[in-house]
Every structure is written in structure tokens, then in C-alpha cells.
Write a protein that binds this ligand. Sequence first.
Ligand SMILES: Cc1cc2nc3c(=O)[nH]c(=O)nc-3n(C[C@H](O)[C@H](O)[C@H](O)COP(=O)(O)O)c2cc1C
Length: 216
Amino acid sequence: MLFDFGKIPPREGYKLLVSTVTPRPIAWISSQNPEGQLNAAPFSFFNVFAGDPPVVGIGIGSHEPGRAKDTRRNIRETKEFVVNLVSEDAAETMNVTAIEFEPGVNEIAEAELEIIPSVYVKPPRLAASPVSMECELMQIVELGADSGLVLGRVLAMHVRDDLMLDPAKHYVDTPRLKLIGRMHGTGWYARTSDLFQMDRIPRRNWILRRDKKAPA
Ligand SMILES: Cc1cc2nc3c(=O)[nH]c(=O)nc-3n(C[C@H](O)[C@H](O)[C@H](O)COP(=O)(O)O)c2cc1C
């Protein structure tokens, strides 16, 4: 079936996008306003976009027209944030921080989250996360009136000691991070435990394989 995004209401297009572009990693963002009020919330319109410079991006909307989510407002005003990744055992706590609280409510206190001071930025990181990235704002690409793509440069990454395979080589024990991904509909998530491996094919091997198959 064809769905023409110029003809369907935005809410229906949103449904098609979030139920097909899956699984999505989750950025559990800690930020603070200029007065130092802490905030935490999850965002699955998230990914990494470059290694050099190291850039992450997050699409953050509004609670209602004209009222940007606290995270986007905080990042715009302070230019700093921390992306904490979400493991299976932190899923329920993460979900508490997604409650649409009124402005000024400290989700970190509501969810009884333990925080750890960051090294380069003011917002702290979340102790429940196996990986946290301290970020500074590069730019916000405005996506219409009520949404913005936040691009952040990663200044530093914290990985829990026991989850490193070889710190000297920067090898992480990825399966043991047990990260979750956002799936479709209301409340579906994916575990990252059903893996398979597929090596890249060197061009020479591909050509040999192709020539063997070709009729003489
Ligand atoms: C798993 C998950 C992913 C979410 N992803 C997004 C997202 O990508 N963009 C967005 O604007 N809201 C997203 N939300 C909703 C926000 O987390 C929610 O609106 C939150 O209250 C925003 O908090 P804030 O106003 O403190 O920033 C998501 C919620 C959940 C549970």
C-alpha cells in the first residue's frame, strides 16, 4: 500500500514511521536549566551520525504547540547534555522519567535516580546507565515549529569498568551492555540479545565467487 505523507495527517504519518523504523536506540538525556534544575527523559529519535567529529543527534518535540520539551529548551539554553544509554534493568526507571510531568518537576528525584557528576559538562550522568556520553551542543536544526534535531559533539564517554573487554584497544563487551531498543506501538521494546554475525566480503572474494557461478 502507498501512504502519501502529503495527504495523511501528521499523527498518522508518525504512526507509520515509528512502527517501521525499528528498533531505535534510546538516548536517556540528563540536562539542566540555567538555574541548575535537573531533568531526565528518554528519546528514541536518536543515533550517532559521525565518528570524526563524534556527533550524536536527537529529534525532540514539544509537549504542546509552542511548549518545547524541557530537554530541548535546556539544551538550547545551556548548550550541554549527557546521553545515557538504557540497559534492560533500567527500563522501568527510564519509563518513569518519560511521564509528561508539568515543568519544574525533577524526574531524577521522581524516579529516585542516582546521579554522578560529569567531568566536562554541568549536567550529571545517570548511574543506572552502563554508558554515558558527555555532549556539547553543535547546532539545533529546527524541524518546523515544534520539533528540533539536536546535534551534539561527544566530549567524553563513560563505560562501566566491567563492560570493557580491552580498555587499551577501546573494545567494549557490547552484548553485556544489554541495551534495549524502542519498537512499535504503545510500549514495545526490543532486547539486543538475538544476534548474528556477518563478515564484510572482500572485493576479491566476491569477484572469485561471481566468476565461479558465471556460465563458461
Ligand atoms: C522510549 C521512549 C522514547 C521517546 N522518544 C521520544 C523522542 O524521540 N522524541 C520526543 O520528543 N519524545 C520522545 N519520548 C517522549 C518524552 O520522553 C516525554 O515527552 C518526556 O516527558 C519529555 O520530557 P522533558 O519535557 O523533561 O524533556 C519518548 C518516550 C519514551 C518512553
